[in-house]
Design a protein around this ligand. Structure first.
Ligand code: NAP
Length: 249
């Protein structure tokens, strides 16, 4: 069994790669930061004695996606975890930055589409009854003030998950979405363009989820019997009831 996790250089993707490696799965890990990728590859191979292939590319760049997946040759992933993604900025729509919007749309939406199309075709051509797990968000279930374009991309991921499940049905490819609430990763640092103090404040006085919590949910969905498809998992910290209802001490 081979698991391909996009965005495995940090946060949820890294924790997911670790979880599957700890369960004995071979991995294909991806990201843009080549040194981080090499470090994750090395650590997983040393610790869990599994085979880890690393592919360094920008998911927004369709020819790069194509070349990376082509480099796998006849290797077909059994599971694709579409995790790479980000939020950029948090401001009213009328004050939004175009570069933020484009990064989110190109990564969360177009990148996920490029990956899914090529890997789903590999599964179909290879006769693999595969599984695709999309990392959505509670921002794909509700909208919140200033979340506009990020929420729109995650609502789109929610729609695509449901669409994929229908389109891939004839090939018995399972499709699942895992939609987290607040998880402390590099997410908020990226969102606030590297402002670590502002990022830290997001989780002040409350206990957020960890990447490992989400990895557990992904692994659980992936390890159900062949006839069971988990459609949707929404997972929040106990201290969070909705995007904006957060209990802080
Ligand atoms: N943290 C949360 O609170 C939260 C909540 C709900 C949903 N999510 C979703 O969870 C997913 C993972 O986020 P995270 O919290 O783990 O954040 P993170 O720690 O910032 O990790 C994001 C990962 O995505 C990769 N990535 C970003 N842009 C990329 C690009 N253009 N090409 C290739 N890889 C790219 C990054 O790798 P490189 O930088 O090395 O390319 C990194 O490995 C995202 O889809 C996010 O929307 C997060």
């Amino acid at each position: 069994m081979i698991v391909l996790v996009t965005g495995s250089t940090s946060g949820i993707g890294k924790a997911t790669a670790e979880k599957f490696a700890s369960e004995g799965y071979d991995l294909i890990i991806t990201g843009r930061r080549v040194e981080r990728l090499a470090a994750v590859q090395h650590a997983l191979q040393e610790r869990f004695k599994v085979k880890v292939t690393s592919l360094c590319f920008d998911i927004r760049n369709q020819p790069e996606v194509e070349a990376a997946i082509a480099s796998l040759g006849t290797v077909v992933p059994n599971l694709l975890v579409n995790n790479a993604g980000l939020a950029a900025g948090l401001s009213p729509l009328q004050e939004g930055r175009l570069d933020h919007w484009e990064r989110m749309i190109d990564t969360n939406l177009k990148g996920l589409l490029y990956m899914t199309r090529i890997v789903a075709n590999k599964m179909i051509d290879g006769g693999v009854r595969g599984h695709i797990i999309n990392i959505g968000s509670i921002a794909g279930k509700e909208v919140y003030a200033n979340g506009n374009v990020y929420c729109a991309t995650k609502h789109a991921v929610d729609a695509l998950t449901r669409g994929m499940r229908i389109d891939l049905l004839p090939h018995r490819i399972k499709v699942t979405s895992v939609s987290p609430g607040m998880v402390e990763t590099e997410f908020s640092i990226v969102r606030f363009d590297g402002d670590e103090a502002r990022a830290k404040k997001v989780y002040e006085g409350m206990q957020p989820l960890t990447g490992e919590d989400i990895a557990d949910a992904v692994y659980w969905a992936a390890s159900r019997p062949a006839h069971v498809n988990i459609s949707d998992i929404v997972i929040t910290p106990t201290d969070q009831a909705s995007a904006t209802n957060v209990l802080r001490s």
